[in-house]
Design a protein around this ligand. Structure first.
Ligand code: ZN
Length: 277
């Protein structure tokens, strides 16, 4: 596997799910040997890295030198799923556009433009022994696996409709595009008023968010019967992508979110549970 970048600049425009404001991004081919996904906002460069995560409430926010870029996870997930390891992403606005609430449109735009190899091997992180981080009744754990990246994920809420969903996905062999990328973000109907009061969710609508009511999905039909847990896999892949490595191992996540994902990645990277290939 080689490191890859996009063949040409990709321009994307849309509203942020939390700010509700219009923003624009340009995904440029990597100009030099950056070896990473690099965001640029108002001239400030912020590398996609767990060290640069500054907020994890309902979205993953990167920051540095007074600048913030909100809701990077779906774009990071699409880049990982399409094998793009190197790019410069110019951001105009506060937040990455939400598009249809999934990573499908990012993935399609990357595929339309095409990617090209950079002639250098992709950095691979291989799990060599089990490692687990727990938080607030949830956990993320990894163990060695010979089949690339496999994610086993379960969500569970004290909620009559969404008490439990689980799925296992192998991230390779085209299954990311088919099984994960189209899954939209979700929220509970009862949660909407308080989200809006706290200044979040202002760009959410019935097209880009699966709204879960007590008796089922309120804006159905969903794209998958288990769309919420698939979206959780999408988010996890986006947060793991911040590490900058192709991940080789099995991930098990239960009741996880951006806070636990990014905490896990930081602790895992400072552990002795892996080797770099
Ligand atoms: Zn998400």
């Amino acid at each position: 596997m080689e490191r890859r970048t996009v063949k040409d600049t990709i321009c994307i425009e849309g509203f942020g799910i939390h700010t509700g404001k219009l923003s624009r991004i340009k995904i440029h081919p990597a100009m030099n040997d950056g070896g990473a996904i690099l965001f640029v906002k108002n001239g400030v460069k912020i590398k996609a890295s767990p060290e640069n995560v500054v907020e994890v409430r309902y979205a993953t926010v990167l920051g540095g030198e007074g600048e913030r870029i909100r809701t990077v996870e779906h774009l990071m997930s699409a880049l990982y799923g399409s094998g793009v390891t190197d790019a410069v992403i110019e951001v105009e606005g506060e937040e990455i556009p939400i598009m249809d609430g999934s990573s499908k449109e990012f993935l399609e735009k990357i595929e339309e433009t095409g990617t090209e190899p950079l002639g250098k091997p992709r950095k691979v992180i291989k799990v060599i022994k089990p490692f687990r981080v727990e938080d607030n009744g949830g956990y993320v754990e990894v163990c060695p696996c010979d089949e690339g990246m496999v994610v086993e994920c379960a969500i569970s809420y004290d909620h009559p409709y969404l008490s439990y969903q689980s799925i296992e996905v192998s991230v390779d062999n085209g299954s990311y595009k088919r099984e994960v990328a189209p899954a939209r973000t979700y929220c509970f109907y009862e949660q909407i008023a308080s989200l809006l009061r706290s200044g979040l969710g202002r760009g959410g609508n019935y097209r880009n968010v699966v709204v879960v009511g007590k008796e089922g999905i309120l804006n159905g039909p969903p794209r998958f019967e288990d769309e919420p847990v698939r979206h959780k896999v999408l988010d996890l892949i986006g947060d793991f992508a911040l590490a900058g490595y192709y991940f080789n191992g099995k991930v098990k996540a239960y009741r996880s979110g951006h806070s636990l994902h990014t905490k896990f990645v930081k602790e895992f990277l400072s552990s002795d549970a892996y080797e770099i290939l």
